[in-house]
Design a protein around this ligand. Sequence first.
Ligand code: ADP
Ligand code: ZN
Length: 607
Amino acid sequence: MTDSDTSARALHLLQTVFGYPAFRGHQGAIVEHIAAGGDALVLMPTGAGKSLCYQIPALLREGVGVVVSPLIALMQDQVDALAEVGVRAAFLNSTQTFEESMRIERLVRTGGLDLVYVAPERLMTPRCLELFEASKISLFAIDEAHCVSQWGHDFRPEYIKLSILHERFPQVPRIALTATADQQTRTEIAHRLQLDDAMKFVSSFDRPNIRYQIVEKANGRKQLLDFIEGEHAGDAGIVYCLSRKKVEETAEFLNSQGVNALPYHAGMDFSERSKNQSRFLREESIVMVATIAFGMGIDKPDVRFVAHLDLPKSIEGYYQETGRAGRDGQPANAWMAYGLQDVVQQRRMIDESEADETFKRVQGVKLDAMLGLCETLSCRRMRLLEYFGQPATPCGNCDTCLTPPVSYDGTVQVQKMLSTIYRVDQRFGALHVIDVLRGVDSEKVKQWRHEQVSTFGIGADRSDAEWRALLRQVIALGLVQVDHEAYSALKLTDAAKPVLRGEQKIQLRQYQKPVKAKRTSAKSTGYVESDLSGGEQTLFDKLRWWRVETARKHNVPAYVIFHDATMREIAKAKPASMAELRNITGVGEKKLETYGEEIVALIAEFG
Ligand code: ADP
Ligand code: ZN
């Protein structure tokens, strides 16, 4: 088969099976490369369309495609979605009965499947390896490939062993895919999976439809509520918190305020957790409040916002978590509230962890980069993309672009802070240091006679919140450390010396009083920004009702039936026949066959 045959057949499958008119970005090139038997390492941001990169080659090549994925809980939905378009898929994992596994294994052996999903620990069992050796395998797709990286945030030891695929199946093409972008992880993936010689496909990591916003934390929960009510009433979203306790409290709070919120964390009962996840996927307008245990591989396309109530540990984490918003390409918000406590807490977690020094050092560097993003005076998107080695220009769709922060020469203020820390012998925490600066007559001040310190009251012209914002930046800049072994006492680092001596100037970000989020233009929300006319909107709503009913009948998430974008196109074009319906993006042969007549009838009835 020639290259042009392959690409024609690939395009045909894309159009007839998946219902999409054309490949996006590198998809076409990747499909051809794998179909021709090559290996590939694919880096693409969330929502760019990684799945088709292995699904179509698996259909083009003889045999069954093996997809290695750590996301057991999502395999059922992935398989259901493929069944909807007529692809023969199944999974092998620990949730199924022995009889069920036997049935799937038989299908693999006899060529009765196009794709089979397996968890890495399952794949590594002798039984499974023997099964695959005895079967015709079209390709191995290693999803979430960054799990192989030891420095990464999702390290899974089983992934390291995947290098044996190369040794045991040298003829079978392998494709590793990830949405994590930094150069170090990339190199590590290639190396550990023995993909050094594979073709690398690196896409732009920009997610232009996501608006980034990082606000000063005052009362986080209240700010979150204002944000949701102001910009995302009725939308689906994810709220990330650091601890299980905070997850539960926040979900409860949101519920008490009329937001439909569900908790999710690893400490919950398994069945409770999966029930919540499945409700989030299947129902509309649910806010999931979760620890980062939630979300990998969540492919719900219409998550309209991701909010962070606590600082992520790294930019990789932040990018990955916020990336779950707006996979459908519609406008979405990534919102975070962050304050002094976050900086202190994250530093403490590193200091107190059991990990070795090298690991701690790497974590420290990653945290610094994250803090840099929070404190930046320039475009957030630029900072993000540059962190991933991608040059960029100001985006116009982040908070610093939309409302540029004011910077000022904060050298004198910083000196006041540093010398106060010094004068109280570096033995006191933030609260007390700020009291001394502001000249507050507290019990502690009296007890230690700190009203006699020469800097007592020299910062009375600024509020407590302003000093906290300043201290946060000073810690982020590495001039001050929090000593967790000594009651969180503030200590000066060597970097503080030139500032105290007046040899180095410090540029700071002006404290901005948190303002209540208002419902901004319709632009910041997905569904509201509808270009549908009144009549089209009514039809769209009818289609949505039809979809809810149909999804319930088939026991699949609504978006597995049709995406909003597809239904919006239907509402506009009002196809009067099956032939016209076939032209709509997202309508492939199988869906046309299954739902076509119902849809055409529904439109005819609508008139
Ligand atoms: P990723 O795994 O990279 O996050 P997915 O594979 O889940 O992304 O794809 C994201 C969405 O984009 C899916 O809804 C998918 O159907 C859609 N999509 C992928 N490729 C195309 C394409 N060429 N044209 C139209 N839609 C596409
Ligand atoms: Zn910007």
